[in-house]
Design a protein around this ligand. Structure first.
Ligand SMILES: Nc1ncnc2c1ncn2[C@@H]1O[C@H](COP(=O)(O)OP(=O)(O)OP(=O)(O)O)[C@@H](O)[C@H]1O
Ligand SMILES: [Mg+2]
Length: 244
């Protein structure tokens, strides 16, 4: 049974049809890249999966449960974790405090399963090489470090399905490698990841499968190598080649 299934998801805002019938399934443990030009509906699709937007039509199943009508917080309890395109870090709090508040907000069972929260905070900081900054205010971090902190915090939250929206945007090449390592670590733990990225080589390195959105529809999907060499991908990004 797939972990997540989207069946004919549509979303219209006024006259504007943003998602036009999206159907796909994700198996547990898969890492899936979601790519597509600006405005193709990637972030909107994440909003629909995490519950911040209600689809106009279609349904979403998590394992066998229909979650289409559940709120974002109910979906989070069911194991959907989201890293936002913009930062969700409290700049006035220290790094330790930022991780601790997120852990303390978890449902009781998930929190208990993690064991000693102080240890989890330490592990999380170590995971992204920020141990020496534990007592610093998050606002003093670089954009890239803040992004890593946010990703690490979500990854330690006991979720099953992770939605990462452009996790490497504004992140240095060295930290991009760290983000890739974090995602590989998740996969090794059997977690499932959906990741939006514009960096195709990055996607090709870490994903099992790539789905390409174009104006609210799935235009193409398959193994990264297949998608990368597809003529259709060129057309989507650069328009049809007039010589063919
Ligand atoms: N709340 C909204 N009201 C009206 N239109 C919206 C709303 N949110 C998104 N849109 C429109 O929906 C389309 C898809 O936007 P979305 O942000 O999902 O694209 P994206 O693929 O994530 O793009 P990017 O790569 O730039 O992040 C765009 O045309 C956008 O203008
Ligand atoms: Mg987006």
């Amino acid at each position: 049974m797939p972990l997540l299934s989207l069946d004919n998801i549509t979303l219209s805002i006024g006259e504007h049809s943003i998602l036009k019938g999206i159907t796909f399934s994700v198996e547990q443990g898969e890492v899936i890249g979601l790519i597509g030009p600006n405005g193709s509906g990637k972030t909107t699709l994440f909003n629909v999966i995490s519950g911040f937007l209600k689809p106009t039509g279609g349904s979403i199943l998590l394992e066998s449960q229909d979650i289409t009508k559940l709120s974002p917080s109910e979906r989070a309890k069911h194991g959907i974790g989201r890293v936002f395109q913009n930062f969700g870090i409290f700049r006035e709090m220290t790094l330790e405090e930022n991780i601790l508040v997120a852990l303390e907000a978890l449902p009781k069972n998930a929190r208990k399963a993690l064991g000693n929260l102080k240890d989890v905070v330490r592990e999380t900081l170590a995971m992204v090489g920020l141990t020496s900054s534990a007592k610093k205010k998050a606002g003093s971090l670089s954009g890239g470090q803040m992004r890593l902190l946010e990703i690490a915090r979500t990854l330690k939250s006991g979720k099953e399905l992770f939605l990462l929206d452009e996790p490497t945007a504004g992140v240095s090449p060295k930290m991009t490698i760290q983000v890739a390592d974090l995602i590989r670590e998740l996969k090794a733990e059997g977690k499932t990841v959906l990741i939006i990225e514009h960096d195709l080589p990055f996607i090709a390195k870490i994903c099992d499968r790539v789905i390409v959105l174009d104006v609210g529809e799935i235009a193409l999907s398959g193994a990264p190598a297949e998608v990368q060499k597809s003529k259709k991908l060129q057309e989507i990004y650069f328009g049809a080649d007039p010589t063919t």
